[in-house]
Design a binder for this molecule. Sequence first.
Ligand code: GDP
Ligand code: MG
Length: 155
Amino acid sequence: GGLGASGVKREVEETYIMVKPDGVQRGLVGEIISRFEKKGFKLTGLKLFQCPKELAEEHYKDLKSRPFFPKLINYITSGPVVCMAWEGVGVVASARKLIGSTDPLQAEPGTRRVSVQTGRNVVHGSDSPENGKREIGLWFKEGDYVSGYQLKHLG
Ligand code: GDP
Ligand code: MG
């Protein structure tokens, strides 16, 4: 990465974004993709996917001991999800901002997590660059993940 205006090193990161079954049902896929495109991030993976229970459990393994874990696994496997990988400088934090807070009551106006129950927020976004890589590795395999191409407007 290069140096930003502040002199801080600005790294290209990757994040895993997932439109949950609710978001697919409610027809929010296009809007979510559009937000990332408008920000100039690079799409590196995209698919509609019926998630098997084992993958859901692996993805959310850090939450295994939480009381809502079984409900979370049921929910995420209840219908198809849309899996996406996005690449760009600061994309992890930007995505978390775009999709809103975990708790819908805390989500800012205009973000996608407003007015839905906790546990029914419509979009997942990785919480760190490390988890971005881990999650992309879990959800995509060779052939449905393509990062080695240039966006024209990025030169
Ligand atoms: P996220 O990174 O903002 O998605 O939040 P977490 O990683 O903490 O939780 C993962 C997902 O578990 C959330 O997006 C919710 O769908 C669900 N979840 C988290 N906390 C709760 C809770 O207190 N109750 C319920 N029912 N679901 C929760
Ligand atoms: Mg999380």
